[in-house]
Design a protein around this ligand. Structure first.
Ligand code: COA
Ligand code: ZN
Length: 327
């Protein structure tokens, strides 16, 4: 818990990538650009703008180049994108992304379903993409899916996770994102795995990426924080999910997580009012209710009018109190 000086946390918005990739409708390119521009002014450390994946695999983000080129970049914000292979890396470099976010899964089955490669093939590909990025002096983060369980295989072993993170460190990645792709993580597991990764690779930036599929998203964020993780991915409105992971649903909602962390005294750099306004804009774009809570309820000190007839209730109560006092 923070004491005198608030602890600074880095908040990464992934709604325009993890979020929109799982929406059935194609959000208009201009609307995507306007949304990223709105988010840019809110105080995020990083925005995952889009993904340079195959347009047949992720049709919702087939406009990656146009979006990346036309957003207004705010100094201090890192603009990243998801990249599955060398082709994606080439496309991202042409758009001048600030960071590559590469991806592979800790589960063999999910890696095959999502990327159509074995994990061993993915590692070879990753090395090629890292080389490409490093030649262009672009830093690399690697998102590891299904760290806390796989919807097709079940448990994923912690030693396998540590082993893969070690390979990413050897490749020269500056960071790793531990992804709970389908909300299978639970708090004690999160603390244990995050502590183990931080201890084994203290030089890596470790980011927590949780989905709220089973309602444990916020507690998992706290568990990761307790383990020493200070960077988190989250998605405005709580939308999101991997289309190639059965049962996937939304990320932890940015407004819910930031609301909690701000209440607890952490410095997230984000104000809740701006997030709520952006969430309402997003809701209008995707045309359905958001899973998030705080964009509907408002922050905890939101004041409501008392019920109808309240004046009369109060007067009667006061009168009773007074007549009692006179006895
Ligand atoms: N960008 C654009 N097009 C790409 C591409 C990329 N990064 N990578 C491959 N393609 C194209 C190929 O040119 C080919 O096109 P064609 O059919 O018109 O010739 C087609 O996609 C298939 O290429 P191939 O190399 O055989 O890829 P694949 O079918 O084995 O798919 C991936 C591999 C990784 C490209 C694909 O599975 C993918 O994009 N997955 C991303 C999944 C994802 O983002 N999940 C959610 C996030 S975790
Ligand atoms: Zn995700």
């Amino acid at each position: 818990m923070p004491n005198s000086k608030p602890q600074k946390l880095k908040i990464n918005e992934v709604g325009t990538r993890d979020g929109l990739q799982n929406e059935p409708i194609f959000v208009d390119t201009d609307d995507k650009i306007a949304l990223v521009d709105e988010l840019s002014g809110l105080g995020y450390a990083k925005i995952e703008v889009t993904s340079f994946t195959s347009p047949s695999a992720i049709p919702a983000l087939r406009d990656a180049e146009v979006v990346m080129h036309r957003i207004q970049r705010m100094p201090g914000v890192v603009y990243t994108a998801l990249i599955p292979n060398v082709r994606g890396g080439d496309r991202a470099l042409e758009c001048g992304v600030d960071e590559f976010n590469l991806v592979m899964s800790a589960s063999e089955t999910h890696n095959l379903a999502n990327l159509r490669m074995t994990r061993s093939q993915s590692l070879t590909q990753l090395a090629d993409v890292v080389r490409l990025a490093h030649n262009a002096q672009v830093p690399v983060n690697i998102s590891l899916s299904c760290v806390f369980g796989c919807p097709m295989e079940g448990e994923v072993s912690e030693s396998e996770v540590i082993n893969l993170v070690g390979k990413f460190a050897e490749l020269g990645a500056v960071g790793v994102t531990l992804c709970d792709t389908t909300g299978m993580a639970y708090p004690t597991q999160v603390t244990q795995v995050c502590e183990a990764v931080l201890k084994a690779y203290p030089g890596l930036n470790v980011t927590g990426h949780f989905h709220n599929t089973r309602g444990m998203g916020l507690t998992n964020v706290l568990a990761a924080l307790q383990a020493g993780v200070t960077q988190f991915d989250m998605s405005l409105g709580g939308i999101g999910g991997c289309p190639y992971a059965p049962g996937a649903s939304g990320n932890v909602a940015t407004e819910d997580v930031v609301h909690m962390l701000n209440c607890m005294g952490y410095d997230t750099g984000l104000q809740i009012e701006g997030l709520i306004a952006a969430a309402h804009h997003l809701e209008a774009l995707i045309g359905h209710d958001l899973p998030a809570q705080v964009s509907r309820s408002g922050p905890r000190l939101t004041r409501h009018d008392p019920p109808a007839g309240f004046e009369e209730i109060r007067e009667r109560a006061w009168n009773r109190e007074q007549s009692k006092g006179q006895i």
